[in-house]
Design a binder for this molecule. Structure first.
Ligand code: FE2
Length: 197
């Protein structure tokens, strides 16, 4: 069975920007639910768990046709949350020199990247994410609907902003723009630095 990565902080560590109740629910109910459903579908298909979870989406043809779309959805739900939860921290790691150089080169500056990120986030219709990814040699901000995921397209995700209502609605209600601003207050580069190539 696949298992969840541990949450890399306590539920209250991101207060007041991301509230304790939301983080607890998001991890224990939402992400756990994607994982449980994924495992159920895989077991129904007699899957042997022979691939690392990140590669599962490249082997969809091994599963029953009627389950493939649902497997893809639950798989994206697990992986996208892994990146999102690792995009935030209480004791923030600054971006590495190499990543800073790439961000400056691509977006002009970190502030310009944040402005572009917020614009894309506000433009996203319905549920989804805005990711910072490496796509071959390019760094880019890219939106995904629902649980579609950069892992499906061979992209290397570095940071993710979850824009499903479950990520913010309890605390922010309809104030999505404030949630986005406050996400930047807890933005952490540990995962991005490690995975930037
Ligand atoms: Fe979520």
């Amino acid at each position: 069975m696949y298992t969840l990565l541990p949450l890399p902080y306590s539920y209250d560590d991101l207060e007041p920007y991301i509230d304790t109740h939301t983080i607890g629910l998001h991890y224990h109910k939402h992400q756990q639910n994607y994982l449980n459903k994924l495992n159920e579908l895989l077991q129904k298909n007699n899957y042997s768990y022979r691939y690392p979870i990140e590669e599962l989406g490249n082997h969809l043809e091994e599963f029953n046709k009627e389950d493939q779309e649902n497997i893809l959805f639950q798989w994206g739900g697990v992986l996208n949350h892994n990146v999102y939860f690792r995009s935030m921290a209480k004791d923030k790691t600054p971006m590495s020199d190499a990543l800073k150089e790439a961000i400056d080169k691509t977006f002009g500056s970190f502030d310009q990247m944040k402005a572009e990120w917020k614009k894309q986030a506000l433009a996203l219709k319905g549920s989804g994410y805005v990711f910072l990814v490496q796509d071959k040699d390019d760094l880019k901000l890219i939106s995904f609907q629902n649980q579609d995921t950069p892992y499906r397209y061979g992209m290397n995700p570095l940071l993710a902003l979850d824009l499903w209502e479950h990520a913010y609605y309890l605390n922010y209600e309809n104030k999505k723009d404030l949630y986005i601003d406050n996400f930047f207050e807890v933005l952490d580069f540990y995962f991005a630095n490690q995975n930037f190539k």
